[in-house]
Design a protein around this ligand. Structure first.
Ligand code: EPS
Length: 396
């Protein structure tokens, strides 16, 4: 190995959990390529498919979701359903596969990738860009998160995503709910919202947007339960857990804002009204916070770029989908004349689906940070590292 390559060689970086996706909205399939999973973990494909099915659902979805039946086909990385440590390739086939015959799109939708992408790739046919920019790609990201989070399941770390606002309808979701309570109340309605009173109003708001030939955005929240302290790091800016979660979630289609804990509201409050004061309660020694109790969780479980043992709380704002039945003013890219934006079909509101995507994107990033700290070639080594850390931390 030449000197320069040897100097750069870092076995931990080679082993880091990563995911790449491929695929176009109307291409043959979506692919998630997951690298860095430890060997010896049984993967529950039914659990992956349940997440894919949830992503397809929720009130406000459009015609495409009636055509597709997203299912994960694992092409590599497993033997007898158990990870080998080799790259895991997951394929989700597209039923609506017609990329070569789909018509050109010359009237860019304001808010979509259509115009900036057409300028970037020097084309007057927005389809060359929108096929990859489409939120259909989130099926691959959900599959990747649903695979990776199975590492977390082994350590009783759970992630629940849900809808907290749609349009102007705001839910009230108690901070004290357990992951099981949160999941059960969320799954009881088509808004994927744990607040049983707000859910019908959200559904009504989506229905009204459909009548108005319009679209609606909203806010989704993800809560991570039982994560140990010390995920992420304050030593390198790239490793800060809050920054990494923001990149993971901010890169999801239509997400325009990400906040952790009190987020933007903290900016208007004095320090005494923001920071979560610390007590020590020896009866909580075995909790994820290792006995360090907090009177509040406005930090959203992250301080200094590291998890602190409290639940990790992240919210993401989703803009309304940019494909409107009534269109928006735009121009024809060929003639430069005024023209309404194109419409074929669209979701009226995909905020419930975004709750599924955010949940699994957060789960992927937490699994990545978990394996950064406790990772090894095999689950046996991951378990030993995790148990050893907790033993040492409790003995402090
Ligand atoms: C999506 C598939 C897409 C859209 C939606 C998300 O299918 P089609 O373009 O064939 O209708 O329904 O994508 C967008 C909202 C977007 O703006 O790109 C999916 O599988 O989630």
């Amino acid at each position: 190995m030449p000197m320069s390559a040897a100097a750069e060689y870092d076995p931990r970086l080679v082993a880091q959990l990563t995911c790449q996706t491929a695929g176009e909205s109307h291409g043959r399939a979506l692919i998630a390529l997951i690298e860095g999973m430890p060997a010896g973990l049984r993967i529950d494909i039914g659990g992956v498919n349940a997440e894919l099915m949830r992503r397809q659902g929720g009130y406000g979805r459009g015609g495409r979701m009636k055509i597709e039946q997203d299912r994960a086909e694992v092409l590599s990385g497993l033997r007898g359903g158990v990870t080998l440590g080799s790259p895991i390739a997951v394929q989700i086939s597209n039923r609506d596969c017609r990329i070569d015959t789909a018509p050109p799109v010359h009237h860019p939708r304001p808010g979509h990738a259509d115009l900036p992408g057409s300028l970037k790739w020097l084309t007057t046919d927005c389809r060359n860009v929108l096929e990859r920019a489409s939120a259909r790609e989130t099926a691959a990201r959900v599959a990747a998160g649903a695979v990776a989070r199975q590492v977390l399941r082994e350590f009783d770390i759970d992630v629940v995503g849900f809808v907290s606002a749609i349009g102007g309808v705001q839910a009230q979701v108690a901070a004290t709910l357990t992951s099981a309570e949160l999941r059960a109340s969320r799954d009881a309605n088509e808004a994927y919202c744990p607040d049983a009173a707000a859910a019908p109003a959200m559904i009504e708001a989506i229905h009204q947007a459909k009548v108005d030939q319009d679209t609606l955005g909203g806010v989704v929240e993800a809560r991570v339960f039982n994560a140990p302290p010390g995920l992420g790091s304050c030593m390198r800016w790239q490793d800060k857990l809050d920054g990494r979660l923001m990149q993971a979630v901010g890169s999801i289609q239509a997400i325009k804002g990400v906040e952790i804990g009190a987020g933007f509201a903290a900016a208007a409050l004095p320090g005494s009204g923001v920071h979560d004061e610390i007590d020590f309660d020896p009866t909580l020694r075995n909790s994820s916070a290792l006995g360090f109790a907090r009177r509040s969780n406005r930090a959203g479980g992250i301080e200094g770029g590291m998890s602190n043992g409290q639940p990790i709380i992240l919210r993401a704002a989703m803009k309304p989908i940019s494909t409107l039945l009534k269109g928006l003013d735009s121009v024809n890219l060929m003639t430069k004349e005024a023209q309404r934006s194109d419409y074929e079909r669209s979701d009226v509101c995909a905020v419930p689906a975004a709750g599924v995507v955010v949940e699994n994107a957060v789960a992927f990033e937490i699994a990545r940070a978990f394996l950064d700290k406790f990772g090894g070639d095999t689950m046996t080594e991951v378990r030993a590292a995790y148990d050893g850390f907790l033993r040492a931390a409790r003995a402090m």
